[in-house]
Design a protein around this ligand. Structure first.
Ligand code: BTN
Length: 240
């Protein structure tokens, strides 16, 4: 594992994608500040200032895409939850990969696949973790409640220490995850969710669906039930 630290970048994901051809497998691109952070479903990721975490894992697990790679964001959400538990917190995962503390989002995860024509070149798995922010700044995010680790535990957080903890936890089981896929983390994932058997609304690219979250498939999809009809959702974001 190699870490490249940049003082400032538009987006660690964009940097990693643009430089993928010269970056080795398992390189971590780490930025101290990010001016144009990218989020899921075309959202932006806000930089709350010094001491927050912006990283992208460069992963080149094989020369062909494997469906298991789609679950890497869920794998990373479990990894992050375990790291946060070591800070004495009780993180919850909201499908597919949001990590919440006391109902507030603390991190965002965005995976981007890099192709050259029809050839798979690798993946860029980005994560932003709010480590150090003020209550005023987190309130500026309008669409959902947001928190930061320092606000939850009342201490300034070392971003270098946190990055080491996250990277160690990530690579500890990464090879086994690549072999076994979502089933390997399914129980760890489900035990940290809080939305199952509740009514949720899920935003997709073009529409929003409402229903009862009935379960998670062996491939990490969400089973939603509405008027006795079941839908299996692969992409989306639980909004409420
Ligand atoms: C989300 O919408 O919840 C995902 C946000 C992902 C943000 C991280 S910050 C590091 C990496 N670089 C980016 O531009 N985005 C991801």
């Amino acid at each position: 594992m190699r870490v490249i630290t940049l003082k400032e970048v538009d987006s660690t994901n964009l940097y990693a994608k643009n430089n993928l051809h010269v970056l080795e497998d398992r390189t971590i691109v780490h930025a101290l500040s990010q001016t144009s952070g990218r989020g899921r479903l075309t959202r932006k990721w806000i930089d709350f200032g010094q001491g927050n975490l912006f990283v992208s894992f460069v992963l080149k697990p094989s020369s062909n895409f494997d469906e298991k790679y789609s679950n890497l964001t869920q794998y990373l959400s479990v990894v992050l939850a375990k790291v946060l538990e070591n800070y004495g917190l009780d993180p919850k995962i909201k499908w597919p990969n949001d990590v919440l503390i006391n109902g507030k989002k603390i991190a965002g995860i965005l995976s981007e696949t890099v192709m050259q024509g029809s050839n798979f070149k690798g993946l860029v798995l980005g994560i932003g973790v709010n480590l150090n922010a003020t209550t005023e700044k987190v309130k500026l995010v309008e669409d959902k409640p947001v928190t930061a680790l320092n606000l939850e535990i009342g201490e300034i957080i070392s971003s270098d220490k946190f990055l080491n903890e996250l990277a160690d936890e990530f690579f500890e089981n990464y090879d086994e995850f690549l072999q076994k896929g979502f089933e390997f983390i399914k129980s760890d994932y489900i035990s940290r969710t809080s939305f199952l058997d509740t009514e949720v609304c899920v935003q997709g690219f073009n529409d929003t669906k409402k229903g009862i979250a009935k379960g998670i498939t062996d491939s990490g999809e969400l089973i939603l039930e509405d008027d006795d009809k079941q839908f299996v959702l692969t992409i989306g974001d639980i909004l409420c």
